[in-house]
Design a protein. Structure first.
Length: 254
């Protein structure tokens, strides 16, 4: 983040974002990008990240990956992630008040103490951890692995009011700055996608909020060949997905 300014496209969302949009592919077509995804990122945390970095990144377009699960969870996991790994400020405190969780309060106190006394000044995250490799621009490439089909129970996901409120605030902020927003649902395995009982309701909700593409309905993927777990694409799948985004949204043939 410290080395990036004024990008063409900013990606927002959960691990489907930072594991799903490869900046190298978009660079082939002349787009500068930054991937601001984080694990289990809900709209509460997306708001925090935009407060900190939107003006610096100054994107012309935002592609916001809207994973249904991130609208139905409390955001504690992602909140802990941001507090532990980013600099903390007033936005962190306001986020903690929204999350109302003792673990978040404790982590914020501890992380702020470490920040004030500069205790992490010599820490550098490895670029290779297990099967994951960090790629400049916010992307994490997972060494090609292949999903083994499993039996999944029927799921019903209900968006929380606080997440919808924060989501609408994000869209309002971006609109007020004249930034084009595209809402995208990334592909997941067919067995996982079919386990959602109310996916049409989520599609309808997103369509009411702007230009929206559900790539589960737009890409013919193979669970065994293009995913490494039930809801994350492997690199083969990322290539197909990203080039479909370029074709359908950015009108670039490949």
């Amino acid at each position: 983040m410290k080395t990036v300014n004024n990008v063409d496209i900013l990606f927002l969302g959960s691990s489907h974002t930072y594991r799903g949009f490869d900046p190298r592919i978009f660079k082939e077509y002349g787009y500068s990008t930054f991937n601001l995804g984080s694990s289990s990122q809900t709209p509460i945390e997306t708001n925090v990240l935009l407060d900190r970095y939107l003006d610096k990144l100054n994107p012309e377009m935002v592609i916001y990956e809207v994973y249904p699960e991130t609208f139905s969870i409390d955001g504690v996991e992602s909140g802990l992630d941001l507090i532990s790994n980013d600099n903390n400020d007033l936005s962190s405190l306001l986020m903690a008040f929204k999350l109302k969780n003792i673990s978040v309060y404790n982590t914020l106190v501890f992380a702020s103490y470490r920040q004030i006394f500069n205790l992490d000044k010599d820490f550098n995250e490895k670029t290779n951890i297990g099967s994951d490799t960090y790629i400049k621009g916010g992307y994490v490439e997972h060494k090609n692995a292949y999903y083994k089909e499993e039996s999944l129970s029927l799921l019903t996901s209900y968006p929380k009011k606080i997440q919808i409120k924060n989501f609408e605030n994000i869209l309002k902020t971006l609109k007020n700055k004249g930034i084009k927003v595209i809402l995208v649902q990334s592909p997941v395995t067919k067995v996982y996608y079919d386990s959602y009982s109310n996916k049409d309701a989520f599609d309808s909700l997103m369509q009411k909020h702007g230009e929206y593409y559900n790539f589960n309905e737009l890409i013919s993927s193979n669970d065994s060949l293009h995913f490494y777990d039930k809801d994350h694409l492997n690199q083969n799948g990322v290539e197909i997905f990203n080039r479909k985004v370029l074709d359908l949204i950015l009108n670039k043939e490949y």
